[in-house]
Write a protein of this length. Structure first.
Length: 429
């Protein structure tokens, strides 16, 4: 199994005694081979773990209408360690599996057959993207303090970019939160919202405007200038810590809290975008596969007009279209995963491929789940039924980590830049 560095490490980065700070995947080929020589077998074990340990908890949360909390997360991650499926992204030296993106695609699809499966194996947003970011940008001391506990599942994290209007949303260059340099450090002021996992996170990566650009800062949860406000009442409930309003008010951090170079915040954000987007695709593909299978079984048990629903042509068309969407999505995800491994997660090819995958898979998953609801009929729109919960939770997939509209714009711009006409006015050939 090939393993490629996540990206070129930050100049301040070094190699710690366990060799894990130069990128999540860097140096893990031998460990990955030893810990998961057969990725297919690991995926099967992950699927069995989800079936036996995670699905009962998922069902309980959905029926009770409860949000995912840290007590549940800790219990599931303990069970994942016992089952040998914890930490697909975590280096072997830190107790994980050390998979590259190609291996992760198969394993995370298996984990993703539950809404909370990726959380159970410690490979869920926003932590997975933050792992990539910290692995490439953090200094050795920052990695020891923030990255390694995150990889071991001892902490959770958040990343604070999105702001109330007229601040940053789909356009990160509109950041209005500021960080002013003072003696010994920086003072951050501003408001953020829709910050996933902020409630209970050990630290937040804050993106703020500084002179000459934007800069990332590591802000501890107990910083008196950081306030986590209300948990916003979003449709989805599966993220620990919810999606919160966060305020930075006269929030002082030392110079050691600067993540990477001053003024390079948006450039560093690119490090996490491609793997985070692709991981979303991998896990949501798992939900689509599960829902598709549930519906296929259901329509063979349920009858209408004197025969099983599965014998009606329109039902068969829904089943076939779901199979087609899933097959296409899986092929695209695994192809892009290889690009990330071979060319680096921050490469232009990786960003372009991940944008294409995120756009297509988010919409394909929605189509699959919508057809599944249709096949279930009235049961499919009951709030305590799994397929209804799947559909509601999936709606944010077309918005989080880049809306479909913004991604289409980005894709088109790259294509047009690559196909500039040689001569103005030249006839189209």
């Amino acid at each position: 199994m090939s393993t490629a560095p996540v990206a070129a490490p930050h100049a301040g980065n070094g190699t710690t005694p366990d060799g894990t700070t130069a990128g999540i995947a860097a140096g893990t080929a031998a460990g990955a081979a030893a810990g998961a020589a057969d990725v297919g077998e690991l995926a099967r074990r992950t699927l069995a773990f989800v079936r036996d340990e995670v699905l009962p908890v998922e069902r309980e949360l959905i029926v009770a209408g409860r949000h995912m909390d840290d007590d549940v997360r800790v219990g599931l991650q303990r069970a994942a360690r016992a089952a040998g499926v914890f930490g697909p992204l975590t280096p072997v030296a830190l107790g994980g599996l050390g998979l590259d993106n190609a291996g992760l695609a198969e394993v995370l699809e298996a984990a993703g057959t539950s809404l909370i499966g990726p959380i159970a194996v410690n490979c869920a947003a926003p932590d997975d993207g933050n792992m990539h970011l910290l692995a490439d940008v953090a200094t050795p001391s920052q990695a020891e303090r923030y990255l390694h506990p995150l990889l071991r599942g001892e902490t959770r994290s958040a990343i604070a970019l999105t702001e109330p209007a007229p601040g940053a949303g789909s356009d990160p260059s509109m950041v209005r939160t500021t960080a002013a340099q003072v003696d010994g450090g920086w003072v951050i002021d501003g408001a953020k919202h829709f910050i996933t996992g902020a409630e209970g996170a050990a630290f937040t990566i804050c993106i703020a405007r500084t002179e000459g650009g934007t800069t990332m800062f590591l802000v501890d949860q107990d910083n008196p200038g950081l306030t986590v406000g209300r948990r916003m009442p979003t449709l989805d409930h599966s993220a620990p810590g919810g999606h919160c309003e966060v305020t930075f008010a006269d929030c002082f951090v030392t110079d050691e809290a600067v993540l990477g170079d001053v003024g390079a915040g948006l450039r560093y954000a690119q490090v996490r975008l491609a793997p985070a987007r692709l991981a979303f695709c991998m896990s949501w593909l798992g939900i689509a596969v599960r829902a598709h299978g549930m519906a296929a079984e259901w329509i063979q048990r349920r009858s209408s007009f004197g025969r099983p629903i599965s014998e009606h042509g329109m039902a068969q068309a829904h089943v076939a279209d779901n199979e087609i969407d899933i097959a296409a999505a899986r092929a695209l995800v695994r192809s892009v995963a290889r690009v990330l491994d071979e060319q680096g997660v921050a490469s232009s090819a990786a960003r372009h491929g991940a944008a294409i995958a995120k756009t297509f898979v988010a919409e394909a998953v929605w189509r699959v789940l919508d057809r599944v609801v249709q096949l279930y009929g009235g049961l499919g729109i009951c709030e305590d039924h799994l397929v209804a919960r799947f559909l509601v939770e999936a709606r944010g997939f077309r918005i989080y980590e880049g809306s479909s509209e913004v991604l289409r714009t980005s894709i088109a711009k790259r294509v047009l830049r690559a196909h500039q006409p040689a001569t103005i006015g030249e006839e189209t050939r």
